[in-house]
Design a protein around this ligand. Structure first.
Ligand code: SF4
Length: 372
């Protein structure tokens, strides 16, 4: 597995003297006396009193702690389409939660105030509280999102198991930069994941703008999920104008998806907007996104979408059989649903892989801030 070339601890942090949160479970001891965290593909080697790259996992007394276990930076009710997830329980209302910290350092992160906060922070919320909050607000699922969820995986797992016991589903919005150990934990409670590429995972782009040596671990994680879990997978690719919009890189990604996950994996090409340390680039031109969609369809993928361009025709789902609209969308809204009770096209009977039915929630207000 590719290892981070740069320092994988937060260097300027004061030495940790006291543990907080809860002991982590994904780690191994090393002969050099350090502890290696195995929650993400950085696999940081952490010395006494240090924290890993994410800033929320640290070693005290020779033991690794998830320092912000039970601390929430944000909780919102969202449409599932915002994740984006469009082939799993369409129209659902979900509770989105996040802690601080992240395994990546994207220069364009739109949630940088949460993800790049390299220390534990937030409001105390036990797993029981989060699961009850989701039920109380009438949500059908819980999403672990805004920052990379594998860095707080033990907390997510505890919330997720309780949520499942209450009949809810669980979603990770993830960079996919994971380990077999983390995927093993996901298999215990996760129903759905969006794996978010940026710049199609092209190596020059990910080194310069994300601070990872390569995207290889993301592909390895998707194979682990395919082979060892039943998690529904959707894939996104953020197309960053001029620096992360290579059609060759997109084609390579699409071919890999087709060969390894099959023609029915949903792929979303997302529009970039300037944020954080990358305010100098414009939004991705729609014509660029359309060229990427063409590449995906030529590679044989049946469901290729454009995201972050409300009103674009490629927000909707089309039947691979008769090419009529199966699910018509505007932004996160579902405007028409032409699938029968077995998720076949109502025009031609084509059997789709969409996991339904359409939730009644799609007609409700699905944007509510709970904790922010
Ligand atoms: S979860 Fe954090 S501490 Fe663990 S390997 Fe990843 S960045 Fe390092």
């Amino acid at each position: 597995m590719a290892r981070a070339a740069s320092a994988d601890i937060v260097p300027e942090r004061p030495r940790l003297e006291e543990p907080s949160g809860r002991e982590a479970e994904l780690f191994r001891g090393l002969p050099n006396g350090r502890v290696q965290c195995t929650a993400c593909a950085r696999v940081c080697q952490i010395g006494e009193g240090q924290v890993g790259f994410c800033g929320i996992r640290g070693v005290v007394g020779g033991r690794l702690y998830l320092l912000d276990y039970g601390k929430i930076m944000a909780a919102h009710i969202d449409p599932i389409e915002k994740k984006p997830v469009v082939h799993y329980r369409p129209g659902s209302k979900i509770l989105s939660v996040a802690t601080s910290g992240c395994s990546w350092a994207c220069r364009f992160c739109q949630n940088y105030d949460i993800s790049q906060r390299r220390q534990p922070d937030g409001v105390e919320q036990s797993p029981e509280n989060i699961a009850s909050l989701a039920v109380g607000y009438g949500c059908e699922g819980v999403a672990y999102t805004y920052n990379q969820p594998s860095v707080f995986i033990e907390y997510a797992r505890d919330v997720g198991k309780l949520a499942r016991a209450k009949g809810l589903f669980n979603i990770f919005v993830s960079n996919g930069y994971d380990t077999p150990e983390a995927v093993g934990v996901m298999g215990d409670f996760l129903d759905c994941i969006t794996v978010d590429f940026k710049g199609s995972g092209e190596v020059g782009f990910v080194r310069r703008y994300i601070s990872i040596p390569s995207a290889d671990p993301i592909f390895q994680s998707m194979l682990e999920m395919r082979d060892k879990t039943k998690i529904h997978i959707e894939v996104t690719d953020l197309v960053v104008p001029t620096v992360g919009d290579s059609l060759e890189a997109a084609e390579k990604l699409c071919r890999w998806l087709y060969d390894n996950l099959g023609p029915d994996v949903p792929l979303h090409f997302l529009r970039f907007h300037p944020d954080y340390k990358m305010m100098d680039l414009p939004q991705t031109p729609v014509a660029t996104l359309e060229k990427h969609v063409e590449v995906g369809r030529k590679a044989g993928l049946n469901y290729v979408y454009i995201g972050n361009v409300p009103g674009h025709p490629d927000e909707s789902t089309y039947c691979p059989g008769c090419h009529k609209v199966l699910i018509k969308r505007f932004g996160y809204e579902v405007l028409a649903y032409n699938l029968d009770d077995r998720n076949r096209c109502t025009f031609c009977g084509y059997a789709t892989p969409i996991v339904g039915p359409l939730s009644k929630s799609h007609a409700e207000e699905r944007f509510v801030s709970v904790i922010n």
